[in-house]
Write a protein that binds this ligand. Structure first.
Ligand SMILES: NC(=O)C1=CN([C@@H]2O[C@H](COP(=O)(O)OP(=O)(O)OC[C@H]3O[C@@H](n4cnc5c(N)ncnc54)[C@H](O)[C@@H]3O)[C@@H](O)[C@H]2O)C=CC1
Ligand SMILES: NCC(=O)COP(=O)(O)O
Length: 322
C-alpha cells in the first residue's frame, strides 16, 4: 500500500471540506494501492462530510488532532495556529519513520500562524527545518510545465542578495536529481531565467547574470547537467523554449508562479524537492471567501494526490532495484 497522509490545513479555510469531500471510491479505484489518512480534527472533518471509514476496508483513516478552539468558516483564529502546525509535525514525523509514504498538504494561512507569534513562512521552509534538510526546492507542476524557484517566501527587496553561486548550485543539483528520481527523466534539461529584465541586457540592466548566474551554470554544465540560460524570463516562457524544457528555474516566486498558475491553476501541485520525505500540496490558498459554501474546486488536491502517489511508487521502485 501507498499510505498518504492528508494534512487538512487551516480549519477556517477550504482545506477541511476539500479533504473530507474527496471522491474516495473513485480514488481507490483509480489507484489500487492507495490508502489515505486524514490528519486533523475528526469532528470538524465529519462536519464537512458523512464519512463511514468502515466502507473503505481500512483504506481510509483519520488521525485525530483536536482543534485548540472551535473553528468557524472564513474566520481566522490564531488560537488554532498551533493545531495547524501539529498536523504538519505529525505527518512529517510519520513520513520520516516510514509509516506514511508521503504527505499531501491542504492550504494553511501563513499570516494567522505569524499572528500567533510563531515564525512561519510556508510548509516548504517548515519541512526543511523539521527534517533538518540542508536545502529544499519549491516546484509547481502542471501538465506540460514544471517551475522551480531559486528563492521562495522572501521580500523582493532581498532576492538579489540571495542569488549566489552556492544557492544556485544546490537548487539546480536537487532539481536535476529529483527530476530523475521521481519523474523518470534520464537527463533533465533545465532552462534558467535571468534575474533582471532582458537577463541584464549585457550588464546594462544588472550584473547578476554575468557575475553569478552564467559562471555557475557553466560549472554545472561541466559537471554534466543540461542547462540553457540565463534567458530573459519573458522570452523563456514561450512555447519555443518551453517545449524542450523539463523544468524552468525562476529566480523568485512571482517570476515563475503566475505563469504556471495561468497555465494550470486548479490542475497543478506544489512539490517540495530535496526532502527525505515526499510532500505535495495544492496550488491555491485557504480561500476564506469560499469556506463552507461547497464552491471550492478539488482539482488541485486531486493533482497533488496523483503526484504524491506516483512519486511514492517511483521511490519504492528505486529502493527495490537498489
Ligand atoms: N499551500 C498553501 O498552504 C498555500 C497557502 N496560501 C495562503 O492562503 C492564504 C490566502 O491566499 P490568497 O492569495 O488569497 O489565495 P487563495 O488561493 O486562497 O485565493 C485566491 C482566489 O482563488 C480562489 N480559490 C482558491 N482556491 C480555490 C479553489 N480550490 N476553488 C475555487 N476557487 C479557489 C479564492 O476564492 C480567491 O478568489 C494566504 O495566507 C496564503 O499564504 C497560499 C498559497 C498556497
Ligand atoms: N505560492 C506557493 C505557496 O505559497 C505555498 O507555499 P508552501 O506553504 O507550500 O511553502
Amino acid at each position: 500500500m501507498i499510505n498518504l497522509a492528508i494534512t487538512t490545513g487551516e480549519p477556517a479555510g477550504i482545506g477541511p471540506e476539500l479533504s473530507a469531500q474527496l471522491p474516495f471510491d473513485a480514488l481507490f479505484d483509480k489507484y489500487p494501492e492507495l490508502s489515505l489518512t486524514l490528519v486533523g480534527d475528526q469532528d470538524w472533518l465529519l462536519n464537512q462530510a458523512n464519512i463511514d471509514t468502515e466502507h473503505y476496508s481500512g483504506r481510509l483513516k483519520f488521525h485525530h488532532i483536536g482543534l485548540n478552539t472551535k473553528a468557524e468558516y472564513g474566520v481566522l483564529n490564531s488560537a488554532n495556529a498551533q493545531y495547524v502546525l501539529d498536523t504538519l509535525t505529525h505527518a512529517a514525523n510519520l513520513c520520516l519513520s516510514g509509516e506514511y509514504d508521503g504527505m499531501v498538504t491542504a492550504p494553511v494561512q501563513k499570516s494567522v500562524i505569524n499572528d500567533a507569534g510563531i515564525a512561519f513562512s510556508g510548509h516548504t521552509e517548515f519541512l526543511e527545518a523539521l527534517t533538518k534538510s540542508k536545502k529544499v526546492v519549491m516546484m509547481l507542476a502542471t501538465e506540460g510545465l514544471k517551475v522551480t524557484l531559486a528563492t521562495t517566501h522572501v521580500p523582493l527587496r532581498d532576492v538579489a542578495d540571495q542569488i549566489t553561486p552556492e544557492l544556485l548550485t544546490e537548487i539546480i543539483s536537487i532539481t536535476n536529481q529529483d527530476l530523475k528520481q521521481f519523474f523518470g527523466i534520464e537527463q533533465p534539461h533545465i532552462y534558467v531565467c535571468g534575474l533582471n529584465p532582458h537577463a541584464g541586457e549585457s550588464g546594462h540592466m544588472g550584473r547578476e547574470e554575468i557575475e553569478i548566474i552564467e559562471p555557475t551554470l557553466e560549472q554545472l554544465r561541466q559537471a554534466g547537467i543540461r542547462l540553457t540560460g540565463p534567458l530573459p524570463a519573458d522570452t523563456l516562457f514561450t512555447d519555443k523554449y518551453l517545449k524542450n524544457a523539463d523544468a524552468v528555474l525562476a529566480m523568485y516566486h512571482d517570476q515563475g508562479l503566475p505563469v504556471l498558475k495561468y497555465k494550470g491553476f486548479g490542475n497543478a501541485a506544489n512539490i517540495t524537492l530535496g526532502l527525505p520525505i515526499i510532500r505535495t500540496s495544492v496550488d491555491h490558498g485557504t480561500a476564506l471567501d469560499l469556506a463552507g459554501k461547497g464552491l471550492a474546486d478539488n482539482g488541485s488536491l486531486l493533482t497533488a494526490i496523483d503526484y504524491g502517489y506516483k512519486m511514492a511508487m517511483a521511490r519504492r521502485h528505486t529502493k527495490a532495484s537498489a
